[in-house]
Design a protein around this ligand. Structure first.
Ligand SMILES: O=C(O)CCC(=O)C(=O)O
Length: 272
């Protein structure tokens, strides 16, 4: 039987007015959010950022993207306000769920990204943003890369709200798919599994396991659809901040005489 996807619920974390007012999740909400993320691959917290501020951000974002070609800026335009606002880069609803899922030592890079579709924009291929951590194993390990998305306009079917396959973060790919560029997913297989378009108000926050199958959908509206995308990683073994160790600089004459293979192995080492 082919599922249509239409009966699939979007996994939303319902929070209290007090949590909204105080910008703080209760421990029970953090647990519930982390559980939805673990079991479905994503969790949506609707309308947590002020609409008027998000509307300003939407204009600022379009301004940055339309000036991208000029390239005269000495500083990156998104390493400034309003883009570096803590409501984005330290979002109080996403952060505790990220840490519950991936530990206290998560890390990320700046500037973050933006997924944009413009009027007339076409359908994207179905893909994962990250593969399985050990793709050769017949089971999925816990999440290690998560994207936080913040829509800057209301996301609707008409303007191409992202299509997502809940639970697909746990799917193990066949070797042929596993090795395809961008972790592209098999369309026929995906058509047999439930999906939904992520309709949600501007200023919602989505926490999504990057292994989830998803794609941008055609934008049939007259407006541009921006969505901020902040990527967070679980910290494994790279220890540049370990106190007192891994700090010594390797002199250039030694480094330059190491084989390419050895330089690759020691690539995080500081050297002259
Ligand atoms: O723009 C979208 O709706 C999703 C795009 C996306 O997440 C991606 O390209 O990885």
């Amino acid at each position: 039987m082919k599922t249509t996807g239409k009966t699939v619920n979007i996994p939303k974390l319902e929070i209290s007015s007090q949590e909204r007012a105080e910008n703080k999740l209760t421990p029970e909400s953090v647990d519930a959010g982390a559980r939805l993320l673990r079991e479905t691959g994503l969790v949506v917290i609707e309308s947590v950022l002020p609409r008027d501020w998000i509307a300003e951000l939407n204009i600022a974002m379009e301004d940055v993207l339309s000036n991208e070609e000029s390239g005269h800026e000495s500083e990156h335009p998104m390493l400034k306000m309003p883009f570096m606002d803590p409501r984005i880069v330290d979002n109080p609803f996403a952060m505790p769920i990220l840490k519950a899922a991936m530990g206290e030592k998560i890390f990320a890079y700046l500037p973050y990204g933006c997924n944009t579709t413009r009027p007339g924009g076409d359908i994207q291929w179905i893909h994962r943003d990250s593969g399985q951590l050990f793709p050769e194993l017949p089971f999925a390990l816990p999440v290690s890369t998560i994207v936080v998305n913040i829509p800057l306009v209301d996301f609707t079917v008409e303007n191409g709200a992202t299509e997502v396959w809940p639970g697909s973060h746990l799917i193990i790919d066949d070797p042929a798919v596993r090795n395809s560029p961008y972790n592209v997913c098999d369309e026929e297989r995906a058509a047999q599994l439930p999906s939904f378009q992520l309709e949600m108000p501007a200023g919602s926050v989505v926490v999504r396991d990057m292994r989830c199958w998803h794609r941008a959908m055609p934008n049939r509206s007259q407006t541009i659809r921006h969505m901020l995308a902040l990527v967070y990683f679980r910290r494994f073994h790279h220890s540049p901040d370990a106190p007192g160790i891994f700090r010594s600089r390797v002199p250039a004459e030694i480094w330059n005489n190491m084989s390419e293979e050895a330089q690759e192995v020691y690539r995080f080492q500081t050297h002259d």
